[in-house]
Ligand binder design. Structure first.
Ligand SMILES: Cc1ncc(COP(=O)(O)O)c(C=O)c1O
Length: 443
């Protein structure tokens, strides 16, 4: 048997295994409905095993394919795969601290405009680097940054705006981008919860994550597509791409991929920093970087997921619309989510804010007891968390614009449920029914 024949036989058995033992359980009314779930079949499993048989392990041919395919899907020039969405945010932020960016380099003591109603690792890299996050409020029911507060948040230290498109709903990219251009600020779009969302800007429909300077993705299982753990950083700017790759790959100057030496032909004939002439370029460091790379096995799953991705997005949109129309009768008691103007969201979830008279905690307990899995909008108000205790006490390290009233309201009154592509009409209808009953218990 040749190696190719052996591989074919193994993959045939793996496909059979997956079809026989995975995805077997059919939904019945009364079963638990999770807020998110992986959607996969034998294609993902075979791709994973194929990469395992290669045993290259670190980034390799599947990583190249994934980076190329995601860049093509998004219509961006450059994409770098990393090992999580949090790593993608760290990588994106740190790229902007590169001295190669000259007067636009972000330095400790500078400021970053962001929101507190979101996921912590959008903000963590700034804090760790010594940049002050400046928190503005969000609007309800879009749950994105309130653009009317941008000018007030600005100071002569502001260098960057970094925020996510909440649960897939794009923020007002036109306003935020114009603000950034006017004040010469970077814009990082945390696109971890919005892959596939679109926004019309200057008459052109573009994917979120590709309109600012850098976009980031997460491929943790609940997200729009998965590879277990994983993420990506993308940009159209070749200099930023160079910085992203350097920070991702140990801070090195050389751009040769893993396992390849001297592609540029100048490995031993240049002088860098104060190093001796001809010092091996593979070990020249232009940044204080990390190793944020992912493995080829993760990329192999991602390649198979990406082929299904446009269908996932359509299904998310359909599920969202069906749920919204099912819950329309509850508008008096619940605030239902609304898409930002000029956008076509690839919804991550369905975020609900309870109006006066409806207790969010009672709602959530009731739904969970009846098998509907719920989630909060991540941190709610990040500043209230124990990780801020010291900074709050010492009154340093962050600034707040206004009172963050909507942020606090979200922390107290909001929750979300799923619209993931594995949900059927029956599941959406059953979930709607339980939500209606839960409201009726309180009115
Ligand atoms: C908006 C946002 N950014 C970043 C992340 C971090 O992604 P990861 O879990 O892959 O580190 C998440 C995680 O869910 C997120 O929701």
């Amino acid at each position: 048997m040749t190696e190719q024949e052996a591989r074919k036989e193994i993959l045939g058995i793996v496909a059979e295994y997956c079809m026989t033992y995975h995805n077997q359980k059919e939904y019945k009314t009364g079963d638990r409905i999770p807020y998110a779930s992986r959607v996969y079949d034998q294609e993902e499993m075979c791709s994973l095993v194929d990469s395992a048989l290669e045993f290259w392990l670190t980034s390799g041919k599947y990583t190249d394919e994934f980076e190329g395919s995601l860049a093509e899907y998004l219509g961006v020039g450059y994409c770098s795969m990393v090992n999580s969405g949090s790593s993608a945010n760290l990588n994106a932020f740190m790229a902007l601290t590169s001295p190669l960016l000259e007067e636009r380099q972000i330095r400790p003591g500078d400021e970053m405009i962001t929101v507190a109603a979101g996921f912590p690792t959008t903000v963590t890299p700034a804090i760790q680097y010594g940049v002050t996050p400046v928190f503005i409020d969000v609007t309800i029911p879009q749950y994105n940054l309130d653009i009317t507060q941008l000018e007030e948040a600005l100071s002569d230290r502001t260098k960057v705006v970094m925020a996510s498109h909440t649960l897939g709903n794009p923020f007002d990219l036109y306003a935020v981008k114009s603000f950034c251009e006017k004040h010469n600020l970077w814009l990082i779009e945390d696109n971890c919860d919005a892959l596939g969302s679109k926004y019309v800007i200057d008459g052109e429909e573009k994917f979120t994550g590709t309109i600012g300077d850098i976009g980031t993705s997460s491929f943790y299982p609940p997200h729009h597509m998965t590879m277990g753990e994983g993420g990506a950083v993308y940009t159209n700017n070749p200099l930023l791409h160079k910085c992203i790759r350097s920070f991702r790959d140990w801070g090195r100057d050389c751009t040769c991929p893993s396992g390849k030496d001297n592609l540029c032909g100048h490995r031993f004939d240049r002088q860098y920093g104060e190093l001796p002439m001809g010092y091996d370029h593979k070990y020249v460091y232009s940044h204080f970087g990390y190793n944020l790379k992912a493995t080829d096995m993760q990329a192999a799953i991602g390649c198979a997921q990406l082929k299904k991705f446009p269908e996932f997005v359509k299904k998310r949109m359909r599920n969202f619309e069906r749920l919204k129309s099912n819950l329309a009768e509850l508008k008096e008691w619940l605030i239902l989510p609304e898409a930002c103007a000029n956008s076509v969201p690839s919804w991550f979830g369905f975020l609900i804010t309870c109006r006066e008279g409806i207790d969010r905690n009672k709602m959530v307990s009731c739904l969970e007891a009846k098998g509907i899995q719920t989630r909060m909008l991540f941190a709610g108000n990040l500043i209230k968390h124990p990780c801020f205790d010291q900074m709050r006490k010492e009154k340093r390290g962050y600034r707040v614009v206004g009172k963050l009233e909507n942020t606090d309201r979200i922390m107290k009154d909001a929750f979300w449920v799923g619209v993931y592509p594995g949900m059927t009409d029956e599941m959406i209808d059953d979930m709607s029914q339980v939500i209606v009953e839960a409201v009726k218990e309180q009115i």
